[in-house]
Design a protein around this ligand. Structure first.
Ligand code: SF4
Length: 420
């Protein structure tokens, strides 16, 4: 059997990663032009031949959808909008993004956010870490090698006998979640009093989009950026912005973008939208017949959903940072290097209102505080009433956040001190 190492060598992954990192340091205008080239190359690839769609969630993919339109690629956009914050749903509707129904289990019951968490566990820390914890919490003979690699970094034959591989979970999270393997590994870690899983994205986002792709025989444009880290980073670096294989075909025109590039382009796309808003019509799809109805256009104040706040200037690069970019650019200064840095004034990344991925890195008021401000009843539900433990006590994110050391109590302190 081929090892991960063999496959990396075969795929020339090291050289590809090096080339990718060079592109990530390009000036913004060059990256934008490259994104356009990538998007068209995918569209015109003989095996794709224009059979494309865009999956849209948060700001990144909203920007991608508009970017494609702005360069003349007019393809359908789909979303699992019901998962997203209300302000994101509003933007989706106005842009004519088609909302996909949730997938159903074998008894015909649709999966909901609540059901997936109850059944599989909480999406917390990161997708990569949640998947590792899920392996530890659900041991089988098949995942024994993976569990050992998560605990120790030793990958065994399949992973090329590496000793300190990145499969090892960080020590901080091993201390909290490594307990199920204590007996096997001779460790003394804690065991979490709740389940953790990365299944939420799969059941609620990826699977409905996969089914849509299968039905329509179309291939997706995705708003992924390697700079967001995690599994996406590796896959984008190794497989490139466009991937056209036998089983998988996908295009990620923003793969080399940084957050700054994305926010810069989002502002440009906001201007594009205002000049073209009448071309975007909300659509409804009849659940039985699949017939599509177009409604009158809605003129949004901005394409940036309210959950993100505004895109605002929040500082400048230091001289050293600018110098580093100039050097990477062959000694040539580009105007974009000295432009003010941008950030969103409220949420930075999330699309789902109760997602725990990355919350441990946010300062307060974090996404759960912001959810309280927008909708205290929803906050209460997710915080305290997801499931019951063996003693019949209700709990939710309260237990999870306490366990990973994220403060969540008294969110009213950030919003004028008044409990709603
Ligand atoms: S982003 Fe978070 S909450 Fe949303 S589907 Fe994925 S894991 Fe679930």
């Amino acid at each position: 059997m081929k090892t991960v190492y063999d496959r990396m060598m075969e795929n020339d992954s090291y050289q590809k990663t090096k080339d990718f990192i060079i592109k990530q340091k390009w000036p913004y205008p060059q990256k934008k032009a490259y994104a356009e080239k990538i998007a068209w190359e995918f569209y015109q690839h003989p095996d794709v031949a224009g059979r494309c769609y865009v999956t849209v969630g948060g700001l990144d993919s909203i920007t991608l959808f508009l970017f494609l339109r702005s360069i003349g690629i007019n393809v359908p956009a789909v979303s699992v909008s019901s998962l997203e914050d209300k302000s994101i749903q509003l933007v989706h509707k106005a842009l004519g993004i088609r909302s996909l129904p949730p997938i159903k289990d074998e008894n015909g019951r649709p999966y909901t956010k609540m059901r997936v968490i109850q059944q599989y566990g909480y999406p917390v820390i990161s997708k990569e870490a949640a998947q590792k914890i899920s392996h530890l919490q659900n041991p089988t003979s098949k995942n024994a090698t993976v569990r050992h690699a998560i605990m120790t970094g030793e990958t065994g034959e399949y992973g090329g006998f590496k000793k300190n591989s990145r499969m090892k979970m960080s020590q901080k999270w091993l201390e909290k979640f490594g307990g199920p393997e204590n007996e096997n590994e001779g460790t003394n870690y804690q065991t979490a009093p709740f389940k953790v899983s990365d299944a939420c994205c799969y059941y609620l986002k990826e699977r409905p989009c996969d089914l849509y792709a299968k039905e329509t025989k179309c291939f997706p444009y995705l708003g992924l950026m390697a700079s967001e880290g995690g599994r996406r980073q590796k896959s984008l670096m190794w497989n490139g912005c466009n991937y056209v294989g036998k089983k998988t075909k996908r295009s990620c025109p923003f793969a080399i973008f940084s957050r700054q590039d994305l926010l810069t382009l989002a502002l440009e796309m906001d201007a594009y939208y205002h000049a073209h808003w009448k071309e975007f019509k909300p659509i409804t799809v009849d659940a039985d017949t699949g017939a599509v109805t177009y409604e009158e256009p809605i003129h949004l104040g901005t394409i940036v959903p309210a959950i993100y706040g505004e895109i605002a200037e929040c500082g400048h690069r230091s001289e050293a940072e600018i110098q580093e970019l100039v050097e990477a650019n062959g000694g040539i200064m580009d105007e974009s290097f000295s432009k003010p840095l941008l950030c969103t004034t409220l949420a930075q990344r999330t699309g789902c209102s109760m997602c725990g991925f990355g919350v441990h890195m946010e300062k307060r008021p974090h996404r759960f505080d912001l959810l309280w401000e927008r909708n205290p009843k929803e906050w209460d539900l997710w915080m305290h009433h997801i499931e019951q433990d063996a003693s019949g006590n209700w709990y939710g994110w309260d237990r999870v956040l306490d366990y990973i050391g994220v403060e969540w109590r008294n969110p009213e302190q950030f919003f004028g001190g008044e409990k709603k």
